[in-house]
Design a protein around this ligand. Structure first.
Ligand code: GLV
Ligand code: MG
Length: 345
């Protein structure tokens, strides 16, 4: 049977392409910019060093008549900018069923393949989409003489993609991670929302009428608390499991209501607590939110250190502040500590 590593079989004379480890560099925020928008593009060099990932977006939100300008704009920016050690350069290419995807991949790998860390592939339907991109990248890398494989990130934004998320996550050793794409996914699932990510006030649970109002209480007029629910819980949890199973990174996607920084932070935090390592940011105001939310808090790190200390050789159980800690709570603490270490927090 073909192993995923076979996808790195060399296509040209020369050493086999090395399999690259999933990058340990942080990617708490994947900051989107439109390379066809000169004003936005001019700000990119100034953001290097302060964001983990800068992503030149070629897909949705770029007008059809600006696709070529966006592609060329990204080539120009990549050639003119030193991204240093702490900021990665990613791109989101057009979807594989569009007229632009092939030219996006050919041009970008040929022109700036040595600078691109990750190619984000939208509207992924199944592992076959990843295999296609993987093979194409291998050919283009070989032709360009690149020795560092470009990694692949899938957006989960079709019902079929969600149904096949485990296979997508394991489709290639190039897989770096998966993001939730709530806007396209909502449309594909025929949800009745009209937003880009986040919740909806109509998606709620309502408490029963207060029982202390006594017999005969009218449920229509009685005061009853309501709680808005997370529309994305199921999909994020499923995506996180698939990513954990294959050792790649899960991300929340876009939050379109730029003004609502409170709801944005809540959505990001829910994703972080469920296991996501980062999110997309669409506006500078979301960058600080992402940095704060996707870094463990000082209090969590201090608590995790205390548990590690108290647990000695890591087995058995101890009481700390009236709570039982054991091997499994220690493992959770080690996740926090490993993340803090990676982020230098
Ligand atoms: C992102 O691309 C989305 O559709 O939410
Ligand atoms: Mg989308």
């Amino acid at each position: 049977m073909r192993s995923p590593k076979d996808f790195f079989a060399p296509l040209a004379v020369g050493a086999p392409t090395p399999v690259r480890e999933v990058p340990a560099r942080p990617s708490r925020m994947i900051h989107f910019f439109d390379p066809s928008n000169e004003k936005m593009a001019a700000k990119v060099p100034g953001m290097v060093g302060s964001v983990d990932v800068l992503l030149g977006n070629l897909e949705d939100a770029v007008r059809a008549d600006r696709k070529e300008a966006a592609r060329q704009g990204l080539v120009d920016i990549a050639k003119a900018t030193d991204f240093g050690e702490s900021t990665q350069l990613w791109t989101r290419v057009n979807s594989l069923d569009s007229p632009w995807a092939l030219d996006d991949l050919v041009t970008l790998v040929t022109e700036i393949g040595d600078r691109l860390d990750v190619v984000m592939v939208p509207k992924v339907q199944g592992p076959e989409d990843i295999h296609y991109v993987d093979r194409l990248l291998a050919q283009l890398e070989a032709r360009a003489g690149l020795t560092r494989p470009i990694l692949v990130h899938a957006i989960l934004e079709t019902a079929r993609g969600v149904a096949d998320v485990e296979a997508i996550a394991g489709a290639s050793p190039r897989m770096q991670g998966i993001s939730l794409g709530p806007a396209d996914l909502a449309a594909d699932r025929r949800m009745k929302t009209t937003r880009v990510g986040g919740g909806h006030p109509g998606y709620l649970v309502r408490a029963d009428p207060a029982t202390d109002l006594g017999e005969g209480v009218d449920p229509v007029t009685a005061p009853r608390a309501t709680h808005q629910q997370d529309l994305w819980h199921y999909t994020i949890a499923r995506m996180v499991d698939a990513c954990a199973m294959h050792g790649i990174f899960p991300y929340y996607g876009p939050f379109g209501d730029i003004k609502d920084v409170v709801a944005c932070e809540d959505q990001f935090r829910n994703a972080f607590l469920l296991g996501c390592v980062g999110t997309w940011t669409l506006h500078p105001v979301q960058i600080d939110i992402a940095k704060r939310v996707f870094s463990p808090s000082a209090a969590d790190v201090a608590h995790a250190r205390r548990v590690r200390e108290a647990m000695g050789d890591g087995t058995g159980a101890v009481m700390l502040d009236g709570r039982m800690e054991d091997d499994a709570s220690l493992k959770q603490c080690l996740v926090i500590l490993e993340l803090a270490e990676r982020l230098g927090a």
